[in-house]
Design a protein around this ligand. Structure first.
Ligand SMILES: [Zn+2]
Length: 369
């Protein structure tokens, strides 16, 4: 299902809106209508939400344009009901660069906030006696408040908020990045628990935010740990070399038999040793139904990944695994291995076990006495 609507491009970056954001607009409109507000007031509320998200887009652009300075592209910016998300190609590994990319978003809010403040000041808004009614009436004042909230919320020093990245980059200057991330992620989970608890009593929206923070903190910690554990490894360290492959002109029936006998889900197809593509199980069944038992194997090829060199960093394999779940390893045009998420996990798991048995942790040492 397509869950995002394309809104166009800004600075060459795709701007998307998650459909749940549309529900938010409808919800705000209806709930203010049902609470007895006039149609005009409902429209004002929707205008306010849209203005709020313009602020969010500007915030995300702050990150994206700063990242661009370091040569990192942004794939897209998506509007979600809980804020915006700029998907950078990668996060800068240099802590100083990460610091500036992370701080650039909140800095945009700071600048806009200051402009709104000066504007309101010049209009004489702050000369009148303060009242909450006044606050609610003035759209600009509401935007200023929202801006300050965005600024403070994003600077909470917890992953995956900008403040968490700022904290991680500062910690990374004096310790290894895995440890720095795990500290920032744990603070993030703690913050998520507190926010979730508060939301339980006051505002269901906060519960949603808490879940978002918890998941974000965990996935960042996981991904940094994986990156660290495969550092220095090459594709050939984690590839499978025992698997069967079929010739392009072999019959689909024989491919099916081999697949059943071996339990292999991804079947590479070659022609005189040259890699053509990969048959996936569902594709095999579809081709059998459509073309019959005698059709050639190449007719069932579902994906044609470029392939990886055996000496490429394993990190690259993980990156390309986002597109297809299996990658052929090719040397001089010949297929020499297959790499899958499972084979990488297997390698990481074995390395971990080996490390533990070589230098047992203090608890294990006492166990042995
Ligand atoms: Zn941000």
């Amino acid at each position: 299902m397509k869950s995002s609507i394309n809104l166009g491009k800004i600075f060459g970056i795709d701007l998307k809106m998650n459909i749940t954001f549309l529900f938010l607009l409808l919800w705000v409109g209806f709930s203010s209508l049902f609470s007895g507000a006039s149609a005009g007031a409902a429209v004002t509320e929707i205008v306010f939400i849209i203005a709020l998200f313009v602020l969010v887009v500007l915030h995300e652009l702050g990150h994206a344009l700063m990242a661009k300075r370091y040569g990192i592209k942004t794939q897209d910016i998506t509007l979600l009901p809980i804020g915006g998300l700029a998907r950078l190609e990668k996060m800068p590994e240099d802590p100083k660069q990460e610091f500036f990319v992370a701080i650039a978003g909140p800095a945009v809010n700071l600048v806009i906030g200051a402009l709104l403040f000066v504007g309101l000041l010049l209009k004489g808004f702050f000369n009148q006696p303060f009242s909450f009614a006044l606050l609610e009436e003035n759209l600009w004042m509401q935007l200023l408040t929202a801006n300050i909230t965005l600024f403070l919320f994003n600077l909470i020093p917890a992953f995956p908020m900008d403040g968490g990245r700022v904290l991680r980059s500062l910690l990374s200057l004096r310790m290894d990045p895995v440890k720095a991330t795990s500290i920032a992620a744990n603070i993030g989970k703690g913050a998520a628990l507190l926010i979730g608890l508060a939301g339980f009593f006051f505002n269901p929206w906060l519960v949603l935010t808490a879940i978002f923070i918890w998941v974000g903190a965990k996935s960042e910690a996981d991904s940094v740990r994986i990156q660290a554990s495969i550092k220095g490894l090459q594709v050939q360290d984690a590839m499978m070399t025992r698997f069967f492959q079929v010739e392009g002109n072999q019959s689909l029936e024989s491919v099916l038999n081999l697949s059943v006998q071996s339990g292999q889900h991804h079947i590479p197809v070659t022609s005189n040793g040259h890699f053509l593509g990969i048959i996936q199980r569902q594709g095999l069944l579809n081709a059998l139904q459509r073309l019959g038992n005698r059709a050639p194997a190449y007719a069932a090829i579902g994906i044609e990944p470029e392939g990886l060199s055996p000496t490429a960093p394993l990190k690259d394999a993980l990156e390309s695994m986002k597109k297809t779940r299996v990658q052929p390893v090719i040397e001089n045009g010949q297929l020499i291995g297959l790499i899958t998420l499972e084979s990488i996990q297997q390698r990481m798991w074995l390395d971990q076990k080996m490390k533990n048995s070589q230098n047992p942790s203090p608890d294990e040492k006492t166990d042995m006495v």
